[in-house]
Ligand binder design. Structure first.
Ligand code: REL
Ligand code: ZN
Length: 421
């Protein structure tokens, strides 16, 4: 029915945001069929690279000594350093506690060994059911990388078996191709694609074979989109292998597969290699590159997220200019409540309901719980404020309209963009 007061408005908005099943369009999770690639459990939660970065600031242990620890010892060290010796209010620490709490553990006990015991006897397969239902995630899109030897083997050996669980869908990730051609062309050769050690658009054979590789693997994975991350200095068009590959192979593959290309822009890899995955940095990137790619390729569709806070306003404005650009997520260092709040509010103000507010980027299955719990809270607050301003004009909303908007934001905008609707 029609909502006639603000108290009811808050109730409807917060319930809709809490209960609507989400499509999580970018994760690093794996379906059970991928076996040990799928990470889960408290020791993996505690050794998430976000927490490793924080631990290394508060411990006297050297990088080498830390890296030499086994998973359990590492987790214990993180626990002691970040949770016991200091208060764990950072977003990544809080995430562990939200997760354990929502799974039913007693967060006040501070007893790592009982948390470990809680997981005993569980299987990954059963845990997927539990986590998806607690987090109310309907579909999680995986990051599938054919350049990862372990993952490649699985796709070649198991193929269709990897696609049986409908809750997990694929995206074909191609960073190594764009940024490490001189080593990765060998992978294509081994797989039977006749490419040369140099990528140049003039070499027709190499161009066609690369295209064939992308289309074959897109089909093999049933990929919903092709994807890559880009450094802050990514420019387009430019005299670079990445730009040439986009023009001659990647966008053509998207066209043949009829799927979008996802660009995650603004990551400077390995500024501190000792930290491994935790050693990546953010940098302000060039929104003009996105502008030119959208303008030049009006028939292609682009999902875009940018890592730097400084790029967010420009990117949001750009999305008003190009319907083939779908802004998504508050990526990585932006996935903090204060930043999600400001970015989501700005996007609402300039794009209405036509964007995808969040993805989880979860690497450990359990993280779906906290990433979505925390994001939903912020999104609900922001949406309430937006509806409140509408209410103040005299506009009246129905529960159905609010539920419609929320499922557009958390679910349908993604699928419609994938399908080109
Ligand atoms: O997909 C990416 O490139 C990034 O999201 C990851 O590389 C990053 O390590 C991830 O854990 C961030 O949330
Ligand atoms: Zn990611």
């Amino acid at each position: 029915g029609v909502i006639s007061d603000k108290e009811r408005l808050w109730q409807v908005v917060s319930e809709a945001v809490d209960r609507t099943p989400v499509t999580d369009m970018h994760t690093h999770l794996y379906a059970p069929a991928f076996g040990c690639l799928g990470l889960w459990g408290v020791d993996h939660l505690l050794t998430y690279h976000y927490l490793i970065a924080e631990t290394m600031r508060q411990t006297s242990l050297s990088y080498e000594d830390f890296r030499a620890l086994d998973r359990k010892a590492m987790a214990e060290h993180v626990w002691r350093t970040l949770f016991v010796e200091h208060s764990p209010y950072s977003e990544a620490c809080r995430g562990v506690l939200t997760t354990l709490g929502r799974l039913g553990m007693d967060v006040s006990s501070r007893d790592l060994s009982t948390y470990r015991k809680w997981y005993e006897g569980l299987t990954y397969r059963r845990f997927v059911d539990l986590v998806f239902s607690v987090a109310k995630v309907k579909t999680a899109v995986m990051t599938n990388d054919p350049f990862d030897p372990e993952e490649r083997e699985l796709w070649l050996k198991k193929g269709d078996e990897l696609k049986k669980d409908p809750r997990f869908r694929s995206s074909l990730r191609i960073d190594p191709l764009l940024y490490d051609w001189k080593n990765q062309y060998r992978v294509l050769r081994e797989l039977g694609y006749d490419v040369g050690p140099e990528f140049s658009p003039g070499n027709r054979r190499t161009v066609e074979e690369t295209l064939r590789f992308l289309v074959d693997w897109g089909r093999r994975m049933d990929a919903l989109y092709l994807a890559a991350s880009f450094p802050p200095d990514f420019d387009y068009p430019s005299n670079s292998t990445a730009s040439d590959l986009l023009d001659h192979c990647v966008l053509e593959a998207c066209s043949r597969l009829n799927i979008p290309f996802a660009m995650m822009i603004g990551v400077k890899r390995r500024v501190n290699p000792s930290l491994g995955l935790a050693g990546d940095m953010v940098g302000r990137a060039r929104v003009e590159a996105v502008e030119r790619i959208c303008a030049r390729h009006p028939d292609r569709r682009f999902f875009v997220t940018m890592l730097s806070r400084e790029n967010q306003h420009e990117l949001t404005v750009l999305a008003r200019k190009f319907r083939n650009l779908m802004v998504f997520g508050c990526w990585w260092f932006l996935n903090n409540p204060s930043l999600v709040e400001e970015i989501t509010e700005m996007r609402c103000e300039m794009l209405g309901t036509a964007f995808i507010p969040q993805h989880s980027d979860a690497r450990v299955l359990d993280q779906l719980i906290y990433k979505w719990d925390h994001s939903r809270r912020v999104i609900a607050r922001v949406l309430y404020r937006k509806y409140e301003t509408l209410f103040d004009t005299g506009w009246r909303l129905t529960t159905n309209e609010i539920e419609r908007d929320v499922s557009d934001l958390l679910d349908r905008n993604f699928w419609n963009f994938v399908k080109g609707m």
